[in-house]
Design a protein around this ligand. Structure first.
Ligand code: C5P
Length: 320
């Protein structure tokens, strides 16, 4: 008996945001990127990407900040889909629907999560069965932060952030994210750290290394230890470009957070708390202080991109 496999009409994939528990930035490389040593944690803020065949390339966005999501063809999700089409020799245009929960241009890799989700969704839609290594290779072509959300969890990143290795970790951590109304440009933040280092540093910028403190805190699952080990070399650059972020970090610590850090290139600030209840209390205090545009709570680590069993259909309402 032969089985006829039919390709799905719609595929929906969910992918998580990330926070860099530690982000060490090395010297600027000849290709313009900076060598990194970082530890990523995937957190429970998700974007959902749904793909279906259509006459023309189109991006439809819904959810938080949907109006800030770039249209086709500039959206990284369209570049991701075209890359899979090229690899699979498929000649079809798609509508890509993005349901957003991850802040746009917030330093939480929202665009990268969308790209990772699109890679997996297109692979399923077109029945290509690309393996993990092939998807990771395509992800790295799209951006330094795109491979991480394919896997999720806690991973160490090296190279420009795209080379990933497992990290031994236990426990669940509770986060509060203070989201700004306007994003920061990642290239601008990297350019600012170069400029500041030219002013501050005499010798060459050292090669980046992740601290043993962060690794020990993750191994033990100790939130207090993790809170005091958080570190981000881009933070001073983000503060220089957006001075209010320094006050925001200090306010969160005053309100009882175990640690505060600018997430990636910012401007989102991540606060680590001791428990779900402590995260609720901190959210209330930060809201009352009116220091940021929006507040989200999440836990981490969570798994990486995965197919949602009941896909959103083209007829589903777009709620913005
Ligand atoms: O790889 P991605 O497209 O996300 O990078 C965006 C920009 O961020 C790069 O063009 C570069 O200016 C900066 N960047 C960097 N070093 C990295 C990652 C990103 O300088 N490791």
């Amino acid at each position: 008996m032969t089985t006829v496999s039919t390709l799905p009409e719609v595929v929906t994939v969910r992918a998580p945001a990330k926070v860099n528990l530690e982000l060490r930035v090395g010297p600027r490389r000849p290709d313009g990127y900076h060598g990194l040593a970082t530890v990523f944690q995937a957190v429970s803020l998700h974007d959902e990407v749904s793909v279906w065949r259509s006459d023309d390339w189109e991006v439809v966005a819904a959810g938080h900040d949907a109006d800030l999501v770039p249209a086709a063809p500039d959206n990284i999700a369209v570049r991701a889909a075209r890359l899979v089409a090229e690899r699979g020799r498929v000649d079809e245009a798609l509508t890509i629907r993005i349901d957003k929960e991850i802040p746009v241009a917030g330093g939480m890799a929202g665009g990268s999560a969308d790209a990772a989700a699109t890679l997996l969704a297109c692979d399923q839609l077109w029945g290509l069965a690309l393996d993990r290594a092939e998807l990771a290779e395509l992800a790295a072509e799209l951006g330094s932060d795109v491979p991480f959300p394919l896997t999720g969890g806690n991973l160490m990143g090296s190279g420009r952030g795209e080379q990933l290795t497992p990290v031994l970790a236990r426990g669940t951590f509770h986060w509060v994210f203070a989201v700004s109304g306007t994003g920061l440009s990642t290239p601008a933040v990297y350019a600012e750290i170069d400029r500041l280092r030219e002013q501050w540093m005499d010798g060459p910028v050292p090669e980046p290394r992740v601290s043993s403190r962060i690794m020990a805190a993750l191994r033990s699952g100790d939130a207090q230890a993790l809170g005091s080990a958080l570190g981000n070399d881009l933070q001073e650059a983000a503060f220089a470009l957006r001075p209010a972020l320094r006050d925001l970090c200090e306010a969160g610590i005053d309100f009882g957070a175990l640690g505060a850090i600018v997430s990636g290139s910012g401007p989102t600030v991540a606060f680590l708390t001791a428990s779900h209840e402590a995260a609720l209390d901190l959210s209330v205090s930060l809201s009352a202080a009116a220091l940021c545009h929006d507040i989200r709570r999440a836990k981490g680590p969570v798994p990486g991109a995965h197919v949602v069993p009941a896909p959103r259909t083209p007829a589903s309402n777009v709620h913005s």
